[in-house]
Design a protein around this ligand. Structure first.
Ligand code: IFM
Length: 440
């Protein structure tokens, strides 16, 4: 790598991240059915109808996986707790699930790894999906109960916790674009889900505060938006894209308001009395996490709200996902988030990384593309630190190749290669490069 620890502030946290459904193996340990299982079982939704039933079998291999994290020299591990494992029907605790996260937590601490939990990374129990899932206003209470159940067991040992990974994906991508479970394309469902996610986020924060927990944050996925041309129409379209992707959730949590331009479309479909919920949504946070991968280019298309198209195939080099590599967007977001939303609140890059078509050759995996990608993004972070952004850590997505949702197992984001036939782990060149960079 082109950096080492001393290029970052003292106590900067270097970590790596995964999520429950993407690695654990939901066929094991009494986990309940999730809306991802049924979404995947519906033809056309997921490549080869693949699910997280086995995934990386982390449920059985967690000790070796934690060894990989410790051996690379990471300070922290951002993992998630599956609602459907902890409460298979969404409400009744599963002792095996609680025991699993208890063991995992102690395993991290024994290895000197700081446990950084995310409560929800998308595996909604089917029983709750049956009741309308994120569209149902009761979900904030259900989520509060889940939060209490899992954090009452492991919260005493968490370094940090965030409630919901990537509210945009849970809300817009899943209810407006239909690309993720539950696969809806419905504006009323979208408006309700986006707001209820925010209320559930705040309810979880309040629940954890009541348990005496500290170091609580929010994790937002942001995609830098640029207009296709200098026209006024593209500028308007771009502002709307920026609002529903980036500003809606940051605005709710840090300003107690949603952007006006997005409410022109969502407003008529919002739940009753939504304006009264901001006291909960704005429950104070200790840090803000940004997941950043790419940018989008937007052009006006007034045929239907939200009046734009995302231009396919931008001119920059791309990852295996087809996403343009644009580290400047990360720099821009870090500065803008500080200036417009969070002030002196610590910022973390809670996800960044790339998918690459990695192959094993003679027992090793050469991935110079990922090393280059990470160098560019760590450099953007260093520049933002130099320009005054209070950034305190960076979590590389992901430790392992894993289940990339609707794209199945094809897209490889891992620092460690996983053979999905044998489940054998092979650290890639990027893993070894980070290990050298993180040496003390
Ligand atoms: O794999 C996902 C993860 O679940 C959420 N953030 C983006 C990653 C890459 O698409």
């Amino acid at each position: 790598m082109k950096f080492n620890r001393s290029d970052f502030p003292d106590n900067f946290l270097f970590g790596t991240a995964t999520s429950a459904y993407q690695i654990e193996g939901h066929a094991f340990g009494g986990a309940g059915q999730t809306h991802w299982d049924t979404f995947a079982a519906t033809p056309g939704n997921v490549v080869r109808a693949e699910t997280g039933a086995i995934a990386c079998d982390h449920y059985h291999r967690w000790q070796a996986d934690l060894d990989l994290i410790a051996n690379a020299g990471f300070d922290a591990y951002r993992f998630s707790t599956s609602w459907a494992r902890v409460m298979p029907d969404g409400v009744t605790p599963n002792p095996q699930g609680l025991d699993f996260y208890d063991r995992l937590t102690d395993g991290m601490l024994e290895r000197g790894i700081k446990p950084c939990a995310t409560l929800y990374h998308w595996e909604l129990p089917s029983a709750l999906a049956d009741k309308g899932g994120w569209q149902n206003p009761d979900i904030a209470k259900w989520f509060g109960d889940f939060t209490h159940c899992i954090m009452n067991r492991i919260g005493d040992r968490m370094h940090s916790v965030a409630p919901i990974n990537e509210p945009w994906c849970v809300g817009w991508l899943s209810h407006f674009e239909g690309a993720h479970a539950p696969g809806l394309r419905d504006i009323r469902a979208t408006a309700r889900a986006m707001h209820h996610i925010m209320v559930a986020h705040g309810t979880a924060i309040q629940t954890m505060r009541a348990l005496g927990m500290t170091n609580l944050g929010g994790v937002f996925n942001l995609e830098w938006s640029e207009p296709a041309t200098n026209s006024a129409a593209d500028a308007t379209a771009n502002a709307l894209s920026d609002s529903y992707y980036n500003r809606f959730f940051l605005g709710g949590v840090f300003k107690g308001a949603y952007p006006d331009n997005i409410m022109e479309g969502l407003g008529p479909h919002m739940p009753d009395h939504w304006q009264d919920d901001f006291a909960t949504i704005q429950a104070p946070l200790d840090w803000c996490g940004i997941n950043y991968y790419t940018r989008r280019i937007v052009r006006s298309n007034t045929a239907a709200w939200p009046s734009h198209d995302v231009v396919p195939n931008g001119p920059l080099p791309k990852t295996q996902m087809g996403w343009e590599i644009y580290p400047e967007g990360l720099y821009n977001f870090l500065m803008r988030t500080k200036q417009e939303y969070t002030g002196d609140l610590p910022l973390f890059i809670t996800e960044n990384g790339m998918a690459n078509a990695d192959v094993i050759e003679n027992g090793s995996v050469d991935d110079p593309e990922r090393i280059d990608f990470l160098n560019q993004h760590f450099d953007a972070v260093r520049r933002a630190v130099a320009d005054g952004a209070p950034i305190e850590g960076f979590f590389v997505w992901s430790l392992l190749d894993n289940y990339e949702w609707a794209l199945g197992y094809e897209k490889r984001f891992g620092l460690v290669h996983v053979d999905f036939e044998t489940l054998q782990r092979t650290p890639k060149a990027s893993y070894h490069a980070l290990k050298s960079a993180l040496e003390r």
